[in-house]
Design a protein around this ligand. Structure first.
Ligand code: MGD
Ligand code: MGD
Ligand code: MO
Length: 777
């Protein structure tokens, strides 16, 4: 228990919001949210477990077969023992091999794309620091896009000129005032608003709370009755299509609009281009198949009556289509949001207060109005005069790149070649959890000559590395952050809570030390002669300058840092009135979009010129490789939604797990009908498998999911048992998912396109080892 005499409270922040942490400087006792909110965010209680955990990487460790002969390693990654070494030994070894590989194969052979959610903070940005070091050493291969919105962020610029997914939304106060119908399409804000890329400002869920009390018509379209549907209770209608069929469902609605002459021909003519070509497809003139409500119903499993009802409802009311991203993390994911925009354009409400579409109400509290703010600067991924990335690969195509060095691939209109990757360094990402088809990844992962992982924890990626470096958590170092990716609502100090655990070091220190070993740099070039607090002061001063132009004044840095208090930025009346696309709608000629035509492109000449079969020039229903329509007997569609009590894999090892684990495993939700057919009871251990792999999970049987769909949330740590046919004992969903691109346009992650079988597990009892570090670690 806390020794109250020495206990004090430190303000810090994580992706899941500003937090107050009780500590005596050595031990973390407890943590809680620092902002006043009626909604308790479970993630905020886990700091103690994050800092003091048996899963922490304590010392630098090297794989035995690697250490024996680094230039031609022996043994197999993921199966070898680890040997403890000193920091100096580890860094000398990395430097020598890095230098050899760089001199032999050139900078493109070094992959430092290192995608991942790391911890928040403007200084200790793991992948950015890695890239900064690689820029000093002479360049590297980086990545394009992200796992979150790979498809949507690629298609949207062609359609509306910007990515929409990371842009501010029509403000919530206007939605609450003007919108009649809110549709959550593939969005589960009650889960996903717990976090932001910076720290959460925690204003999003309170807006949904107001929406719940507003008496408006609320609809959620999702194969799963999500936490959000439960939160809204009676006030929300849940409509469950088959997974991956939303475009068909939207086409059915669109057809009904045209059938009744409910589409806004004037808006379409004034603000869009290509509707006529799309209409030929919609009406069946180009392919002989009118996309009627009946046609749509047969594909999506929602009744034709309901599809017609939705068309009428949307047409007659101010409707905001709030689309989440789960449905675009699929094969042909690009079509989903293109069709959302097309539908919204046909309704003619884009650019009005409360109407149209919004692709970020469920993420980072989009719609919470932007404050007048002093916005922090942050660490940059290149040293002054350093090299940039010499090549970039689409982030979710990493396994293909490892498998096919030099091979030709297409991406968003470009013909490119995969680099020949010899050295992989991951810092701040859990790629063994986040990437699809884990077993294929493990095979490809044997190819590079060197794999280094910087980690706080013994994740599956760390276990499959040659060299593992222990990283501090954000509670063991000093940093700063803003809250709200869009709102900039607060500036928060993140003061060190406890000293680094065991031999953990800040990534910043590690890369500074390694820079010292390069003639091109030296530590000074990496650090610019500044320590952590000096960097923070620099970022703060830039914030102060930015703030000054908005009449926001910050106290002197020393005073601010001493105070251990966050600074809330003033509201802006003007931003509270923000309406997305308002200027464009008012005068499309004077305020064109950044598309080739300056208008919303329902048909894209540019995409037509790419000639991609998997991304046609207007939104189109395309049958996925794996879905309800081509399932083998007994196969179910596999959903990997984002978890309530984790951020991906982060916090899977904490006591929060007790809130969701079933029979000690990751929970798998399935419908009573599907459970009965397989003799599965609630609470059973089940085996889920397909030809890519198999996992154990704990059955949760309830009617909150479409029959034929099962959900295993993404983010459980892979725990493959090589003695038991490689079965994953912790239910890591990506052991089962398919590693294929959304399309040649976005090359996005398609984690939500997969089929699998489920049965009651009857094999020998297998002990979970996901959270036990390797022997002698
Ligand atoms: N099937 C399926 N797969 C998916 C998804 C899906 O929906 N379905 N979602 C995808 C999406 S949207 C995303 S964003 C990805 C998420 O994938 P990631 O962003 O890779 O997942 P995280 O679990 O956040 O991994 C962050 C890692 O960084 C480590 N870390 C934290 N702080 C630090 C630090 O300061 N230094 C260092 N060196 N390490 C640190 C943590 O311990 C953790 O292991 O997953 C993707 N994968
Ligand atoms: N608590 C928590 N919050 C998070 C995260 C987390 O891991 N935990 N991750 C963060 C990150 S990095 C991201 S990218 C966002 C992710 O935000 P999203 O991508 O929006 O989240 P998901 O849970 O993948 O998907 C949202 C909903 O889409 C549904 N869905 C899936 N497939 C389909 C489909 O074919 N049709 C329809 N109609 N619905 C479908 C899912 O059932 C789910 O309820 O969340 C962020 N917020
Ligand atoms: Mo994401």
């Amino acid at each position: 228990m806390a020794n109250t005499a020495k206990t004090h409270t430190i303000l810090t922040a994580a992706h899941w919001g500003p937090m107050l942490v009780e500590t005596d400087g050595e031990t973390v006792f407890s943590s809680r949210g620092a902002l006043k909110t009626s909604f308790v965010n479970s993630l905020q209680s886990a700091v103690r477990d994050q800092v003091h955990s048996k899963t922490r990487v304590r010392y630098p460790m090297v794989r035995k077969g690697y250490l024996a002969s680094p230039a031609s390693p022996q043994g197999v990654r993921g199966q070898d023992e680890f040997v403890r070494v000193s920091w100096d030994e580890a860094l000398d070894l990395i430097h020598a091999q890095h230098k050899r590989i760089r001199e032999t194969y050139g900078p493109s052979s070094i992959f430092a794309g290192s995608y991942g959610w790391r911890s928040n903070g403007v200084l200790h940005k793991a992948a950015t620091l890695l890239q900064r070091y690689m820029s000093l050493a002479g360049g590297y291969t980086g990545h394009l896009g992200d796992y979150s919105t790979g498809a949507a962020q690629a298609i949207m610029p062609h359609v509306v000129g910007g990515n929409e997914v990371y842009q501010q939304q029509t403000s919530w106060p206007l939605v609450l005032e003007h919108t009649d119908v809110v549709v959550l399409w593939s969005a589960n804000p009650l889960n996903t608003l717990k976090i932001a890329w910076n720290a959460s400002d925690e204003q999003g869920i309170p807006y949904f709370e107001q929406l719940r009390q507003s008496g408006k018509r609320l609809i959620c379209i999702d194969p799963m009755r999500s936490e959000t549907v439960d939160f809204f209770g009676e006030s929300m209608e849940w409509i469950a299509p088959h997974m991956g069929t939303d475009v068909a469902m939207m086409l059915g609605i669109a057809y009904t609009l045209v059938e009744n002459d409910w589409h806004d021909a004037q808006f379409l003519a004034r603000c869009t281009t290509g509707f006529d070509l799309f209409a030929k497809y919609l009406l069946g003139e180009s392919d002989g198949q009118p996309k009627t409500a009946e046609w749509a119903s047969a594909i999506c499993g929602v009744s034709a009556v309901k599809i017609r009802e939705l068309a009428k409802l949307f047409h007659e009311n101010t409707t905001m289509l709030m689309a989440g991203w789960g449905m675009q993390r699929q094969q042909f994911g690009e079509q989903k949001h293109w069709m959302v925009v097309t539908l919204a354009a046909m309704l003619g409400q884009i650019g009005t207060p409360g109407g149209g579409f919004g692709l970020s109400y469920h993420f980072a509290n989009g719609g919470n109005p932007t404050r007048r703010a002093a916005v922090l600067a942050s660490m940059q991924g290149a040293v002054k005069g350093g090299a940039d990335a010499v090549d970039k690969i689409p982030v979710a195509r990493i396994v293909e790149a490892l498998e096919n060095p030099g091979a030709l691939y297409q991406h968003n209109g470009m013909d490119r070649h995969f680099p020949d990757i010899r050295f992989v360094w991951w810092a701040g990402g859990a790629n063994f959890t986040h990437h699809q088809d884990t077993n294929r990844l493990i095979r490809a992962w044997q190819r590079p000559e060197l794999v280094v992982i910087s980690e706080c924890n013994w994740t599956a990626a760390a276990r499959h590395a040659d060299i593992v470096l222990p990283a501090t958590t954000s509670f063991e170092r000093n940093d700063l952050t803003m809250t709200g990716d869009y709102s900039n609502q607060h500036l928060v100090p993140m003061k060190r809570v406890v000293m680094p655990q065991a031999e953990a070091r800040d990534d910043f220190e590690v890369f500074a030390e390694l820079s010292e070993r390069w003639e091109t740099g030296g530590r000074e070039r990496f650090t610019e002669g500044k320590n952590d607090l000096q960097w923070l002061e620099t970022f703060y001063h830039i914030a102060a300058e930015r703030g000054a132009s908005q009449q926001v004044t910050l106290p002197p840095f020393a005073e601010f840092w001493q105070a251990n208090q966050l600074i809330e930025m003033p509201t802006s009346e003007q931003n509270g009135q923000f309406v997305r696309f308002a200027a464009f709608r008012a005068d499309p000629q004077a305020n064109p979009l950044k598309t080739p035509s300056g208008k919303i492109e329902i048909y894209s000449e540019r995409i037509a010129s790419f000639n991609y079969a998997d991304c046609p020039p207007h939104p189109m229903w395309l049958e996925p490789d794996e879905w309800h329509g081509n399932a083998e007997p007994q196969q179910l569609q596999l959903l990997s939604a984002h978890p309530a009590h984790r951020l991906h894999s982060q916090l899977n090892h904490t006591s929060l797990r007790e809130q969701y684990a079933v029979a000690g495993r990751e929970p798998l939700t399935l419908h009573p009908q599907d459970a009965r057919a397989r003799n599965i009871q609630d609470g059973d251990v089940v085996r889920v498998w397909n030809h890519r792999g198999q996992v154990l999970a704990g059955a949760v049987v309830n009617d909150g999911i479409k029959p034929g769909v099962i959900c295993l949330h993404e983010g459980a740590w892979p725990d493959l048992d090589l003695q038991a046919d490689g079965i994953c004992k912790n239910g890591a969903v990506n052991v089962l998912t398919k590693d294929l691109p959304s399309s040649k346009l976005g090359n996005g992650c398609a984690g939500n396109t997969a089929l699998a079988w489920v049965e009651k597990y009857r094999g020998p009892a297998l002990t979970l080892t996901a959270f036990d570090p390797p022997a002698n670690a």
